[in-house]
Design a protein. Structure first.
Length: 367
């Protein structure tokens, strides 16, 4: 449980992301009183997902460079001692996970399992355990192990809006740790980039990037529980304001197939909430949730903005987001820009083996 908590804390603090020197005019990160934010590591080449190895060292995937790196901080001073290449020559590595001391890496087209040496910070003896995942379109593959010991892999759609020929797309798949026993766990999830299990309930949660080009803030992106055999609407329908709507681009008529309603909607703001309201001002349009972590008790806190409910802090949910802004020189186009947003954790709630300074710094790199 402590290891799971530590991973969640790292996900909260690092936000996967992504302060880029090219976006110097980004909106400032808003922190509660008493919190401080610093860069932990930089110039990594576009880091994406993270995990802690069995010894507590931070590992980060860098898809653009085809590698996984380790950032050891042995003396706990809040800066990595070095950037150590753990594995190289990979094809857009994204999701990372450990099970029984072995490192699992999700490339865009397959899942690899490595023998891992935590002392040398090296992965060796790669073995393909899930071959031939669909490629193209939404390229990220995120993986996580569930309380049942199974491997869960999220696979985004091949398009903005279309009816997929491969049932593994816009879905979350489940496997045995050796890659066998492939089965569809949930579907209708256009691009579930972040997936994590609640440490108490054992329920799977996901952040979902919804379809584009239906209008400003429509449909909202999602943060939702993911239930086995659940269908979450894509491509036929979407949810907005607690109501279900047909996407007439793929489905004719006014009736949606039976679908599971999402737990939370995010509409043009970084603050998760249950009912979409007027977007907060001063943030880029077309925000996309990138990843989420769940924490036990009071360890995880998401700040509520004025006008979006009372109570100040909300327990248990951390969301990392990317922003899309107007593309320079391309009317009507978009350009992905990293948007750093922090959901802090009180230092007093950290596990003893995790250096407190590590939770006060943001992992950064050119995205």
């Amino acid at each position: 449980m402590a290891a799971m908590l530590a991973r969640a804390i790292l996900g909260i603090v690092a936000g996967l992301a992504l302060v880029s020197p090219s976006w110097a005019q980004a909106p400032p990160v808003s922190l509660p009183p008493g919190f401080h934010l610093e860069v932990f590591a930089s110039d990594l080449g576009g880091p994406r997902f993270m995990t802690l190895d069995p010894a507590g060292t931070l590992l980060v995937s860098v898809p653009s460079r085809g590698r996984v790196v380790a950032l050891p901080d042995k003396n706990g001073h809040g800066k990595p001692d070095a950037v150590v290449i753990v594995a190289d020559g990979l094809s857009q590595p994204h999701g990372l996970a450990f099970k029984d001391g072995q490192l699992y890496v999700a490339e865009t087209g397959r899942v690899l399992r490595f023998h891992y040496d935590p002392a040398a910070l090296k992965a060796s003896q790669p073995r393909v355990i899930v071959p031939s995942l669909p490629t193209g379109g939404h390229w990220t593959r995120t993986l996580v192990f569930g309380p049942d010991g199974r491997l869960y892999v999220s696979i985004g759609s091949s398009c903005n809006i279309c009816r997929e020929r491969d049932s593994r797309r816009a879905a979350i798949m489940r496997y045995r740790p050796d890659g066998s026993g492939e089965e569809l766990f949930a579907s209708g999830l256009r691009n579930a980039v972040g997936i994590a299990f609640h440490p108490s309930t054992g329920v799977l949660w996901a952040t979902v990037n919804e379809r584009d080009w239906l209008g400003d803030d429509v449909p909202p992106d999602l943060i939702t529980e993911v239930r086995e055999r659940g269908f979450y609407g894509f491509p036929d329908c979407f949810t907005a304001g607690g109501k279900t709507f047909v996407d007439s681009r793929v489905l004719k008529g006014d009736r949606c197939p039976p679908m599971t309603a999402p737990s939370l909607e995010i509409q043009g703001t970084a603050v998760p909430r249950r009912v979409p309201r007027q977007p907060l001002r001063g943030l880029p349009r077309l925000l996309e949730p990138l990843g989420a972590d769940r924490l036990q008790g009071g360890a995880g806190q998401a700040r509520r903005r004025q006008g979006h409910g009372r109570g100040g802090l909300r327990d248990g949910l951390s969301v990392r987001r990317h922003g899309l802004g107007p593309a320079r020189g391309s009317p009507g186009g978009t350009r992905r820009r990293p948007l750093p947003l922090l959901r802090p954790v009180r230092p007093g709630h950290l596990p003893d083996h995790l250096p407190a300074p590590l939770t006060q710094r943001l992992l950064a790199g050119g995205a």
